[in-house]
Design a protein around this ligand. Structure first.
Ligand SMILES: [Zn+2]
Length: 491
């Protein structure tokens, strides 16, 4: 079609110019009835109607998807939709409905790519610290017990408890693992989970293992609710645990926490708890990390889901008229990715999303600040030009290349930068033509072979809703999350 202005045709030129101008100035009918267009208008309407809630938060719930980088979240969104038989790419996870968003810079005080101890500690103390340490500032000397005395700082949970809030930590990992422990522990080595994990030197210098720090904390700062795995750090050997000092930390917990307290080890015991009658609950549902959701059928007998633990925690904590602070971790998203196993990383993310939905349905978002973020990302990549509805765990089908890479072999949509699926030494990349890449046990291919995939260092998302959630905007330091939580709670 030639451009009308080039035609010297008087009146016709004018008419054509006007219609062209009209076409350029207004969207046409086929455009405005397009579903993307309509959905964009709905989103715009919501954004225009959004008013920040500038009130104080009675409660704050911090959800941490361990290792839930943006690509993991997107792949889980697609997988969750496809598993339900709906359009995966336009599907949304529960927390995507939260109205405010920021990006979080996750580097630690000493490394470009953080570990989970330093990153959780940044969120819970407002101060970045060295990898492998928590509840301390960057002056700590890793693995050096005496250096804790000078470097210890207060966690948000400790401060909230001391000022009248109730507090809790819920996770699918050991309760002594980096993220949950960052709510209550102060250590120079994140591995000091039980006394059996500490060096003789650290013990001789008087440092307490993480499990003891949890149960022996004074009433003024001790968590009300601690749920997850990791029983082996709390029980002596004759009770099935691994403690070298013979202590039974369940007894310590029960003795310290007064009459309205409970210790539970199975989902049946958890369900039989009356949240109205207990103010302190230690729930450890396995000796180590809790099983992956993908393994629930074979390993999950009598183990609660993250959703069950998180909602019970809310029921217990919400009895306090002064409110509460709760940290909920989807802890094994990260472990699925360390194993190069996208299936488990995604299905753990999906359970994390379910837990958030269940909690959001329970709380009053007018007085509860909900934050959903990750401590760091993983090197998961969604790549190649698969068709919109191709299974996310399947092969990329690139039209130009017939879905083949330069080595004439197909490749999966999901792969990792590093990890156990990397081609090693003499071994070239495996030909996936006859491999079931959708099998739950499939290990994604990786660029660099490593026994365990490395974390990655790009920013992660922070989603937020409720009082003061509007303070999450732009690109912020991970340690800023603490400032918003503290401000929202009025601490
Ligand atoms: Zn990790």
């Amino acid at each position: 079609m030639s451009y009308p202005a080039l035609r010297p045709l008087g009146g016709l030129l004018l008419a054509l110019t006007v219609s062209q101008a009209a076409l350029a100035a207004e969207p046409v009918a086929r455009q405005t009835s397009n579903p993307y267009y309509v959905s964009g208008l709905t989103t715009l309407g919501k954004a225009l109607a959004l008013r920040p809630n500038t009130g104080k938060a009675k409660n704050v719930i911090l959800f941490v998807g361990d290792g839930m980088g943006i690509s993991t979240m997107v792949a889980a969104r697609i997988h969750e939709g496809q598993s339900r038989g709906v359009d995966g790419v336009s599907n949304s996870l529960s927390f995507e409905t939260l109205p405010y968003l920021a990006l979080s810079k996750t580097y630690s005080d000493d490394t470009m790519v953080t570990d989970s101890a330093a990153s959780a500690s940044a969120m819970l103390t407002g101060v970045k610290t060295r990898n492998g340490t928590m509840g301390v500032d960057g002056t700590v000397i890793p693995d050096d017990c005496p250096s804790i005395a000078e470097s210890t700082i207060t966690t948000l949970a400790e401060m909230a408890k001391a000022k009248g809030r109730w507090t809790g930590a819920v996770t699918t990992t050991r309760i002594t693992h980096a993220t949950p422990a960052s709510t209550y522990a102060h250590v120079a080595n994140r591995d000091w989970e039980g006394d059996q994990n500490m060096s003789a030197k650290a013990k001789a210098a008087g440092c307490k293992d993480i499990a003891r720090q949890l149960v022996e904390a004074p009433n003024t700062t001790r968590l009300n609710v601690a749920m997850g795995g990791g029983r082996s750090r709390f029980q002596p050997k004759d009770q099935g645990g691994n403690r070298a000092d013979g202590r039974d930390l369940f007894q310590t917990w029960l003795a310290k926490s007064g009459p309205r307290t409970a210790a539970v080890m199975t989902v049946s015991e958890l369900k039989s708890l009356d949240p109205a009658k207990v103010d302190h609950v230690l729930g450890l549902f396995g000796p180590e990390n809790l099983p992956y959701e993908a393994d629930r059928a074979t390993q999950g007998a009598d183990v609660p889901t993250l959703t069950q633990m998180a909602t019970t925690a809310v029921d217990i904590l919400s009895k306090n008229p002064k409110g509460y602070f709760l940290m909920v971790e989807g802890g094994r998203i990260d472990m699925g990715s360390h194993a190069g196993n996208a299936y488990r990383a995604l299905t753990e993310t999906e359970e994390f999303s379910k837990a958030i939905a269940a909690v959001m349905a329970k709380v009053d978002m007018k007085n509860t600040l909900i934050i959903v973020t990750a401590d760091h990302s993983h090197g998961l990549v969604i790549s190649g030009y698969a068709g919109r509805n191709d299974p996310i765990l399947g092969l990329a089908a690139d039209e130009d290349t017939g879905g083949l890479a330069k080595d004439k072999k197909p490749y999966a949509i999901l792969s990792y930068a590093t990890g156990p699926g990397g081609a090693d030494g003499e071994n070239h990349r495996e030909d996936l033509s006859s491999v079931d890449t959708k099998a739950p046990s499939f290990t994604q291919q990786a660029t660099v072979p490593m026994f365990s995939a490395a974390h990655s260092g790009e920013d992660v998302a922070i989603f937020a809703g409720g009082p003061q959630a509007h303070l999450f905007q732009g690109v912020v330091e991970q340690s800023y999350i603490y400032q918003v939580m503290r401000h929202a709670l009025g601490l």
